[in-house]
Each structure stands twice: as C-alpha cells, then as structure tokens.
Design a protein around this ligand. Structure first.
Ligand SMILES: Nc1ncnc2c1ncn2[C@@H]1O[C@H](COP(=O)(O)OP(=O)(O)OP(=O)(O)O)[C@@H](O)[C@H]1O
Ligand SMILES: [Mg+2]
Length: 258
C-alpha cells in the first residue's frame, strides 16, 4: 500500500514557520479535501510534498508507502508517483505539451523498470489523443508550448492531462477548480473521477464546496495556522460554506480541537 503519511510536519520559508506540526494520512484509494483561509499554508504543504527547495522542513516526516520522501529530489518524487497540479502552473517556452508528457511518462516507466525503452510513439500518440479528447482539449494543444499563452482554465486542464498521462499514486490538486468555468469544472472533475480507484490517493485543496459535489471526498479537513484543526465527512464542507471559519477559530480558542 502506498498511503501518504504526514507526521508532525514543520515547514519554514525564509526563516518563518508556516506549517506548524501538521498530521495527515491519506490512505491509497481515498480522496481527501483540505479547506482553509488564505495564507494558512495549504500551498506550502503542497510544495513541500513535492520537494520545492525554498521550503525547509525543520521537523517531522512524510512517508509515501514505506519511503521517507523528504530526502528525495522533486523529480525522484514524481517518478515514484507523487503528482502536484499547481495553483499557478508555470509555462515552459520551447517545450511542447507532447514532448513534456512523453519525457515525463518515460521517466515514470523507467522508475518502475530500468530496462524500459520508453513508450512507443504510436502508443503515446494514441494515449495522448484519448486523454485530450476525454478532457475536451483541442488536439492542437499537444503541439503548443506548455502553458504558454494558455488561459487560466486551459492551464488547469493541462494539469489534469498530465495527471491522466502519469497515473500517479498520490495526486495533490491545489485549487484546480479556481478559474474554471462551469462546464470546465465538470469536465476536469470527471477527468479526476475517471482516475479514482484503489491505487490513487487524492488531496483536493479548495476554497469552494462546489468541486466536492463532483469529486466526492471521503474526508474533509480544515487547515488553520499551519495545522489540520478539524476533520469530518463531506458534510463538513457544506457546513463551512454556510458558516465560514469563525466557529472553528472559536473552538480552537476554547481549546477544543487538537
Ligand atoms: N517565498 C515566500 N516568502 C515569504 N513568505 C512566503 C513565501 N511563500 C509563502 N509565504 C507565506 O506563507 C504563508 C502561507 O502561504 P500559502 O501559499 O501556503 O497559503 P495558502 O493557504 O495556500 O493560501 P491561499 O488560500 O491564498 O492559496 C503566507 O503568509 C505567505 O505569504
Ligand atoms: Mg494556496
């Protein structure tokens, strides 16, 4: 089993502690959502899981299956099946979507089998075409430079295309729903749902309950001030939408939650 287990994680940026003792387990096969006010460290957590060098882990551990991933480079993490859909995807001028995906798919295959000769081009083309059609992306995007000149929604769709091609073991979606129109939200959610199964864990970071109507979470967590302070079922997201975060703060101040 490749569960993601985060224990007592502390993360600092530029000497300032942002994540302050976070505990979270995402069993393989489950979908968990994190909601929480702006600036509480949700993206910091996502970047840290991916191994961004600016984020310094000062304490704690992160296991993916039995592997402690904190010592691994970002590309090693990607090769073993950790995937992050960025809140703000960056563009890579000069690298087409197709070339980028083929390199990434081949790196994943080689991690599983060092003898692998890479995905045959016709097979790759067929797979890419299929996934792009599923996500209702114009096939012309395959030949465009990654994210260059893509609209906000197109970038988010390109992130899910990467996820579909890479078939990760754990996928972290950082506000993938932001900036999507209503149809795109449904298409992207269906894309994620199509990948759901016993081999995939998903962490959906979002501000809005709406995406969770499509991607039904097993567990919803509230992150506040660098920690998970409340967890519950899908109802918790509805409750937050209606009542905001004030009640969570009050409970914390009264020393109720962990
Ligand atoms: N490179 C950096 N230098 C200094 N501070 C940073 C840096 N990156 C993040 N921070 C700070 O860390 C805190 C947490 O930021 P983070 O992006 O993780 O929040 P978030 O929960 O994802 O918020 P949002 O909901 O707005 O996306 C913020 O106060 C932010 O300003
Ligand atoms: Mg964020």
């Amino acid at each position: 089993m490749s569960d993601l287990t985060i224990r007592n994680l502390h993360v600092s940026i530029a000497g300032k502690e942002i994540v302050k003792g976070l505990n979270l387990t995402i069993p393989q096969g489950e979908v968990h959502a994190i909601m929480g006010p702006n600036g509480t460290g949700k993206s910091t957590l996502a970047y840290t899981l991916m191994g961004h060098p600016s984020y310094e882990v000062t304490e704690g551990e992160v296991l993916f299956g039995d592997t402690n991933i904190l010592g691994l480079s970002p590309d090693a993490r990607s090769r073993i099946g950790i995937f992050l859909a960025f809140q703000y995807p960056v563009s890579i001028p000069g690298v087409t979507v197709a070339n980028f995906l083929r390199s990434a798919v081949n790196a994943r295959r080689r991690a599983e089998n060092p003898e692998d000769k890479g995905i045959p081009i016709p097979e790759f083309r067929k797979l890419l075409k299929e996934k792009m059609a599923y996500l209702k992306m114009d096939p012309a995007f395959a030949g465009r430079y990654l994210n260059e000149g893509f609209s906000g929604g197109e970038k988010k769709r390109a992130e899910i295309l990467q996820m579909a091609m890479l078939k990760p073991g754990i996928a972290i979606l950082d506000e993938t729903d932001s900036g999507l129109d209503i149809d795109a939200l449904r298409i992207v959610s269906e894309g994620v749902n199509a990948l759901r199964g016993p081999d995939l864990g998903v962490l959906v970071i979002t501000h809005y309950q709406r995406i969770l109507n499509y991607i039904k979470p097993d567990v919803v967590h509230v992150m506040m001030d660098g920690r998970i302070v409340e967890s519950g079922d899908a109802e918790l997201a509805l409750h937050l939408e209606e009542h905001g975060y004030e009640w969570v703060r009050e409970r914390l101040e009264n020393g109720a939650a962990a």
